[in-house]
Design a protein around this ligand. Structure first.
Ligand SMILES: Nc1ncnc2c1ncn2[C@@H]1O[C@H](COP(=O)(O)OP(=O)(O)O)[C@@H](O)[C@H]1O
Ligand SMILES: Cc1ncc(COP(=O)(O)O)c(N)n1
Length: 279
């Protein structure tokens, strides 16, 4: 029978609490495309509007706190979520509100992507909000997904140079409260893009060939949403991360040279690889 009849399995649901990217490559737009591709029903609460394209961020407009809270209430009081992903939260006040709501509606797995700076350099989190992130959100994260510069900012260190440095940083981030740390190595050099998953006991490495492209807008958002989609489907965290790594590697491999700057990844790539469209 068709999906949606009374006897069919309920569809897993994932919610993103993040900023809107008018250019469609990152933020809420990337998150919802990822959820859809991975077979999860996506819902959202928008924390900030950005006027953004492949060339950079032209404007940032935080949404009033009441309106953010109301969106979260509307979704979680009725539809619910099997997993939540947080992205751009912009200010300490928004972080406090989101942490409070997630504690109230939880427990559900929360993937915290500590978005700080857009690829073009625009700040997406106020500098004074890093402490709120550390204090309020890290302790409720099922998976924390920093890139290398974000890990440095949270830990107050200057640099991470290699995989050994990433493992050490992941251990220190884990001590701040998240159940797992997935530290992404896209910003390091080398022929491979290596990420570290640390669960408090073991550090597992996830490797892929490094793809020579500048079109990586939205890679972090997409990876974190793919992990949330896996958790919403009930996958163990290491399998959700493995699926996310396959998803982002395919998406970067088929990245879209759209616009004049850093183009978006192709969220449909993994599906098209599995079932190529024939002429
Ligand atoms: N050029 C690349 N080739 C292959 N994988 C990459 C490349 N750049 C980033 N990745 C992968 O994309 C994911 C997002 O990583 P990263 O770029 O570090 O995060 P962010 O977008 O938050 O800066 C990680 O799994 C990383 O290894
Ligand atoms: C609204 C919004 N959220 C997040 C990012 C970060 O993008 P990336 O995933 O490339 O780090 C962005 N550019 N815009």
């Amino acid at each position: 029978m068709a999906n949606g009849n009374a006897s069919s399995k309920p569809i897993p649901k994932a919610m993103t609490i993040a900023g809107s990217d008018s250019g469609g490559g990152a933020g809420i737009q990337a998150d919802l495309k990822t959820f859809q591709e991975l077979g999860v029903f996506g819902t959202s609460a928008i924390t900030a509007l950005t006027a953004q394209n492949t060339l950079g961020v032209q404007g940032v407009y935080p949404i009033p706190l009441d309106a953010i809270g109301q969106q979260i209430d509307s979704v979680l009081s009725d539809i619910g979520a099997d997993a939540v992903k947080t992205g751009m939260l912009f200010s300490a006040d928004i972080i406090a509100l989101v942490a409070d709501k997630l504690k109230r509606y939880g427990p559900m797995p929360v993937v915290v992507d500590p978005v700080m700076i857009a690829k073009g350099g625009a700040p997406l989190l106020q500098a004074e909000a890093v402490e709120a992130l550390r204090r309020e959100l890290l302790p409720i994260a099922a998976v924390l997904t920093p890139n290398v510069p974000e890990a440095c900012a949270i830990l107050g260190i200057d640099r991470i140079d290699d995989v050994d440095g990433m493992i050490e940083a992941a251990r220190r981030l884990h001590a701040l409260g998240p159940k797992r740390v997935f530290l992404k190595g896209g910003h390091l050099d080398g022929d491979e893009a290596v990420d570290v998953l640390f669960d408090g006991t073991e550090a597992a490495l996830f490797r892929s060939p490094r793809i020579r492209t500048k079109h990586t807008h939205g890679t972090g958002c997409t990876t974190a949403s793919a992990i949330a989609a896996g958790l919403a489907k009930g996958l163990p965290a290491d399998e959700a991360v493995a699926e996310a790594k396959r998803f982002i590697t395919a998406a970067i491999g088929a990245a879209l040279p759209i616009g004049g700057g850093i183009g978006p990844t192709n969220h449909a790539a993994l599906r098209l690889q599995a079932a190529p469209v024939r002429p």
